[in-house]
Design a protein around this ligand. Structure first.
Ligand SMILES: C[S@@+](CC[C@H](N)C(=O)[O-])C[C@H]1O[C@@H](n2cnc3c(N)ncnc32)[C@H](O)[C@@H]1O
Length: 196
């Protein structure tokens, strides 16, 4: 594990205490509902969320679909497991792993989720490539994130220019884009179709 990743892990170990409060007060309240609406998960589709954190997206998962939550940080994941238990989700597998080195075979999933994830992950291009590997051709990858991580406290550890990252890729094409904004930050939802 490189130095930047170690710093990110230490940051989230502390942040896990305040994460839900700080995210819920910072991001537009309609962002997650719009995101899941556009991802349009169908019955029996299998999904994976990379960098799933404390599981703030869990309430938006359908209870009938098999879901995998992957995060590198056990402190964040502990909170996500607790959320799943409290909300009676029995269809989620939690996998402690680096998003850049997944154990899953190629084309294992119908859809993938990155929410506020690429901005918090060093070498995020590699994480997106790994997601492209494990999602089937024709599948979708949903991304909800800061347009540009320059305001983000982790800036310098996990830099992100979302527009640049998702456009002109070899294995995916953008099929939906919606910009969102608060007074202090700009966000975007992207849905990519896997075309490999
Ligand atoms: C800003 S949080 C996002 C949490 C969640 N997706 C959400 O929407 O609230 C970023 C998460 O990425 C995780 N992370 C950072 N680098 C990672 C990596 N290389 N592999 C897996 N998870 C990583 C952190 O531990 C943290 O939980």
């Amino acid at each position: 594990m490189n130095r930047k990743q170690k710093q990110v892990n230490s940051w989230y170990k502390i942040m896990s205490l305040f994460y839900d409060f700080s995210m819920n007060s910072e991001i537009p309240p309609d962002a997650r509902p719009i995101f899941f609406n556009k991802l349009n998960i169908q019955e029996s589709e299998k999904g994976i969320e990379l960098c799933s954190g404390t599981g703030l997206n869990i309430p938006f998962y359908p209870k009938s679909n098999r879901m995998y939550c992957v995060d590198i940080n056990s402190t964040m994941m502990k909170k996500a497991r607790k959320k799943a238990n409290t909300l009676s989700y029995t269809n989620i597998d939690f996998v402690l792993s680096d998003a850049k080195e997944l154990v899953f075979k190629n084309d294992s999933f119908d859809f993938g989720i990155f929410s506020y994830a690429l901005s918090g992950t060093p070498d995020n291009e590699l994480a997106l490539s790994e997601m492209e590997r494990v999602v089937k051709p024709g599948g979708r990858i949903g991304i909800l994130d800061y347009d540009d991580s320059f305001r983000f406290p982790m800036c310098g550890l996990a830099k992100l220019n979302l527009h640049q990252l998702v456009n002109d890729r070899k294995n995916t094409s953008v099929i939906y884009h919606k910009p969102l904004a608060t007074k202090t930050n700009r966000y975007s939802i992207y849905i990519l179709k896997v075309t490999k």
